[in-house]
Ligand binder design. Sequence first.
Ligand code: NAP
Length: 246
Amino acid sequence: MMERKRYALVTGASRGIGRAVALRLAASGYAVIVNYVSNRAEAERTLGMICEAGGEGELLQFDVADNGAVQSALNGWQERHEGEYISVLVNNAGIRKDDLLMWMPEDEWRKVLSVSLDGFYNVTQPLLKNMLVGKYGRIVNIVSLSGIKGMPGQTNYSAAKGGVIAATKALAQEVAKKNVTVNAVAPGFIRTDMTGDLNEAELKKLIPAGRFGEPEEVAGAVAFLVSDDAAYITGEVISVNGGIYT
Ligand code: NAP
């Protein structure tokens, strides 16, 4: 008998951590749905890398902050994949817009909250039903050190990620009986476009491991949480930060 195809959706998979997660899940046998918001060329590169490595995937463009756009993209996917469902969701899309609160305009506050926190709701809520009916699901939210300890200059980002951590813990308890786990991975400083403007030479002095992390090191934690080995782990936050104490 042919094995049933398993689908994993990774939001913000065109670059950085999302790309590394997409590649890792594809290598574990998932058909990976590569989401992006605007950078189609990089999303196509991710898909190309998946296919080159012998994996399978497809692109699905939507802005996680736009509920209508998410619903129509997910409905379209469902129509094209009748009888199948997305059993793994990695909520990875995120942005930063740093400012001291004293100087922070409302749009910087709202935009960061809406991509991370509303994005969590917009994508997770419609996918939950099939996970519950199918009695299997894995949800992994990419949060941040900033959402655990708070970082000056990032009240918006800390609030957004802290909110997703709390939602992770609450949802985990709602769905545990149905074999759906909900966990978070909290990276510290990882070398991606998002941290390209940071002074790595200075900041790495604060990191016990003495270096920034690589996207693949975050992907490893995600792959573990998605695996059968993590079936009894839910509502947890795993830090991947080179030893920064939280
Ligand atoms: P990145 O290199 O800036 O990539 C961001 C990704 O998110 C891109 O694929 C981007 O798509 C996508 N994206 C942004 N806004 C989106 C939206 N509204 N809808 C859909 N996709 C959207 O970021 P990264 O460093 O890989 O970060 C990934 C996640 O890890 C984020 O949640 C971030 O907060 C978190 N994180 C990162 C670090 C770090 O040190 N890098 C540390 C802690 C947490 P386009 O290519 O189309 O723009």
